[in-house]
Design a protein around this ligand. Structure first.
Ligand SMILES: Nc1nc2c(ncn2[C@@H]2O[C@H](COP(=O)(O)OP(=O)(O)OP(=O)(O)O)[C@@H](O)[C@H]2O)c(=O)[nH]1
Ligand SMILES: [Mg+2]
Length: 213
């Protein structure tokens, strides 16, 4: 399996001033104290986690994509994403600054079941998670929902609407997945920056609501 780690340095503590991406006010002004938070992006295989992190990151995202070969044909169902050539084998990492001082570090999980052992490490210190879902294969997000329910991490459900698939109302998805009423469920597009930002803002708001004073 050929694997590519595009920026191994980002596995460590992210530098305050990155070598790429626009310089943010909090990086150069010592009087500003940005609020840095960690957010996890989870969901089933090929649902769009890497796409989401890439669409919104202001730095070149770290990606750990490996080419998929015929060897994984029997385990990885590509029916819904025939154009998919690679899969995440460790994590995605990106960063976005919202409202000048709120810095979100995004950690995308690998979708394949054989890499789920990494989740415990990836979620450590996170304020919340985005669970991506595809209405053509809703059950693929059950393990992520179960995981965040059982560890008590606040999460939102973001339905990544793929072109050509039937468009459902958020409330229909809530009912199908039996998501509790207080958990936000939204229809979004992981390829569109503005749509991803709306999803992240919803998660931050929800995490604040859930966090005891
Ligand atoms: N049409 C459409 N295609 C999408 C969308 N989101 C992702 N894709 C495509 O679907 C495929 C899957 O995207 P990835 O972002 O690699 O999915 P992933 O969840 O990171 O996959 P794993 O890491 O392998 O679990 C890619 O070929 C994307 O180009 C979407 O909203 N609409
Ligand atoms: Mg991925």
């Amino acid at each position: 399996m050929d694997s590519v780690v595009s920026d191994a340095a980002a596995f460590g503590v992210p530098p305050l001033v990155d070598t790429d991406g626009p310089v943010q006010p909090w990086q150069t002004d010592p009087t500003r104290a940005p609020v840095a938070t960690k957010i996890v992006v989870a969901g089933g295989f090929g649902v769009g986690k890497t796409t989401l992190v890439t669409a919104v990151s202001e730095i070149t995202p770290l990606q750990t994509e490996a080419l998929m070969t015929e060897a994984s044909e029997e385990t990885d169902d590509l029916t819904a994403t025939p154009g998919k050539l690679t899969t995440t084998v460790a994590m995605d990492f990106g960063r976005i600054t919202l409202d000048d001082d709120l810095v979100l570090y995004l950690f995308g999980t690998p979708g394949q079941q054989r890499f789920w052992f990494m989740w415990d490490d990836l979620v450590r210190g996170a304020i919340g998670a985005v669970v991506l879902a595809d209405t053509r294969r809703l059950k693929d997000c059950w393990p992520a929902l179960d995981y965040f329910e059982s560890c008590g991490l606040p999460y939102v459900v973001a339905v990544n609407h793929f072109d050509g698939s039937e468009l459902f109302e958020a409330e229909d998805v809530r009912e199908a997945l039996t998501i509790p009423a207080h958990v936000p469920v939204m229809i979004m597009d992981a390829r569109r920056r503005i749509s991803v930002i709306e999803t992240l803002l919803s998660l931050v708001g929800h995490a604040l609501d859930e966090t005891p004073e």
